[in-house]
Design a protein around this ligand. Structure first.
Ligand SMILES: C[S@@+](CC[C@H](N)C(=O)[O-])C[C@H]1O[C@@H](n2cnc3c(N)ncnc32)[C@H](O)[C@@H]1O
Length: 487
């Protein structure tokens, strides 16, 4: 039965596309109902590491910041962050960085390696630029910035095998391995087509680890979807950390025109919530990212239940005798041969999932609905239960898939909850437990939905009953009218 259609509990492939989103892509508005929790106070000046002092000096020399700048880079619990130098009001602009200090594909194109980067994907060219500047050391014009970039984050792309083993059975493990494979493939191509043929420009060893480092830096700190920009690194602005307490929808940043005729572009960062001097200016990165996306992109998770999600991949198998008809119906309703459904903890199933499942399970006595005369009305019919056999098959296949996915994890929900409750965990272990616990809870929730449906199968109204009613051949309760047998 389960072979009737394919259900792959894996992540969607579009998730592998680098820089679909990096920092937030949706408007986020701050709210005073969610007061900022001050995580760390500005360390005494003597604690400031030399790299940070040099970075500040470089920012000042370039005119990126002035002595009046309301924020300064400082050491905070999240690594480096932006520390308020005075009380900062909500919506106050804390930083403006001119385009000439951004690192984006235009920067690469205008650089020494620009001529060999033609045709590279934007993120690949910026990653190559970043690696090269790092290798150039003292000769790099960007050295003070490169020197304050971390060697890694807690993103799962940087985890050891041992650390990744704690994600056994999870979608995030598959996604992480998929992303690393994608990065490795891109690197192999880059090495062969650009690095090796241009030894003069790259007179040093550049390894896959260097490329992974650059990829992770972009993924965690590049701003995307800025007007007309694919991805941009903005020194100093990229020190802004995320706060789960800022939950309203608004962009904390924008690109503005400046100078004569507004020809110069300026990146402007606002403080979304009132901050006291010494506190950290924080923003909401992206309310729509799941914990898996946060863990992969930035290396942290949140405890809010709606961050827990599981992506169900449903597919019409080519072996289905009605493949062509089903595909035609799916495509005319905006779905394809494969559909991805993000199921979120404590939220209802996506509305389109049940109709799509009914379509996939259509066959046997219900196959007549696939005939072309029904083509315009079929989707409406699939919105409601079609037949007991169809609905039962859906329940069985989904429940089997949930059971199988749940059996892939090495711990139970209860064990994970106990581990989390103990506290004081290594950050990567805590991320792994949060992720696998969240995924299992969502799988359990899906199973419960279809378990309940199974018990309700006898109470649903199916296509044939609705049809008889529409034709006036059945009573309000679906019972056949007395004369029907006499017709
Ligand atoms: C845009 S950078 C911010 C600057 C960064 N803290 C640094 O030291 O360079 C994003 C990275 O900061 C860290 N980070 C930001 N917000 C965080 C949070 N709420 N919890 C844990 N780490 C956070 C993560 O390592 C993330 O990948």
């Amino acid at each position: 039965m389960a072979t009737l259609f394919t259900l792959t509990p894996s992540s969607k492939s579009s998730f592998f596309t680098p820089f679909k989103t990096t920092l937030n892509s949706k408007p986020h508005f701050p709210t005073l109902r969610n007061p900022l929790s001050i995580r760390c106070f500005r360390p005494p000046e003597t604690d400031t590491p030399p790299e940070l002092k040099k970075f500040w000096g470089w920012l000042s020399d370039k005119g990126i910041v002035s002595a009046k700048c309301p924020v300064k880079p400082g050491i905070v619990t999240e690594g480096l962050g932006l520390v308020a130098q005075k009380d900062i009001a909500r919506n106050e602009v804390v930083l403006e960085v001119s385009k000439k200090f951004w690192i984006n594909p235009d920067t690469v194109a205008a650089s020494e390696i620009g001529s060999v980067c033609n045709g590279l994907k934007p993120w690949v060219s910026v990653a190559l630029f970043l690696m090269r500047e790092k290798k150039l050391g003292d000769s790099s014009a960007w050295k003070p910035y490169i020197d304050i970039l971390p060697d890694s984050t807690n993103s799962t792309i940087y985890w050891s095998e041992e650390e990744l083993s704690k994600l056994q059975g999870s979608q995030l493990l598959n996604t992480t391995l998929g992303v690393k494979e994608l990065v490795a493939n891109e690197f192999a191509k880059l090495e062969e087509e650009v690095i090796v043929p241009n030894k003069r420009l790259f007179p040093f060893d550049i390894t896959l680890d260097d490329f992974l480092w650059a990829f992770g830096m972009l993924r965690s700190r590049a701003f995307t979807r800025l007007e007309g920009q694919s991805l941009v690194l903005i020194p100093m602005a990229d020190l802004i950390n995320h706060s789960p307490d800022i939950t309203a929808q608004d962009y904390a940043w924008e690109v503005k025109g400046a100078g004569l005729f507004s020809r110069e572009l300026l990146f402007s960062l606002r403080n979304p919530i009132q901050v006291k001097a010494g506190g950290q200016v924080l923003i909401q990165y992206d309310l729509n990212k799941s914990n898996a996306e946060l863990a992969l992109d930035y290396g942290f998770t949140e405890s809010r239940s709606e961050r827990n999600a599981y992506t169900l991949t449903l597919e019409i198998p080519e072996s289905d005798p009605f493949f062509a008809d089903k595909l035609d119906i799916a495509e005319s309703n905006g779905i394809g041969e494969t559909a991805y459904f993000d199921i979120v903890l404590d939220q209802p199933l996506p509305a389109i999932m049940l109709p799509y499942l009914r379509l996939l399970a259509l066959g046997g006595d219900d196959a007549f609905l696939l005939e072309s005369i029904f083509r315009n009305s079929i989707w409406g019919h699939l919105d409601l239960p079609v037949s007991p056999a169809n609905e039962e098959l859906i329940c069985q296949v989904i429940r089997n898939a949930c059971t199988s996915a749940l059996s892939g994890y090495s711990t139970t929900i209860e064990e994970d909850e106990k581990l989390l409750a103990q506290g004081d965990l290594d950050p990567r272990l805590e991320i792994a437990i949060t992720i696998r616990l969240g995924e299992k809870k969502v799988l359990q929730q899906i199973d419960e939905v279809f378990k309940e449906r199974e018990t309700e199968l006898g109470g649903f109204e199916y296509y044939q009953e609705r049809r008889l009613k529409d034709l006036g051949l059945a009573g309000a309760q679906g019972e056949k009218l007395p004369w029907i047998g006499e017709v």
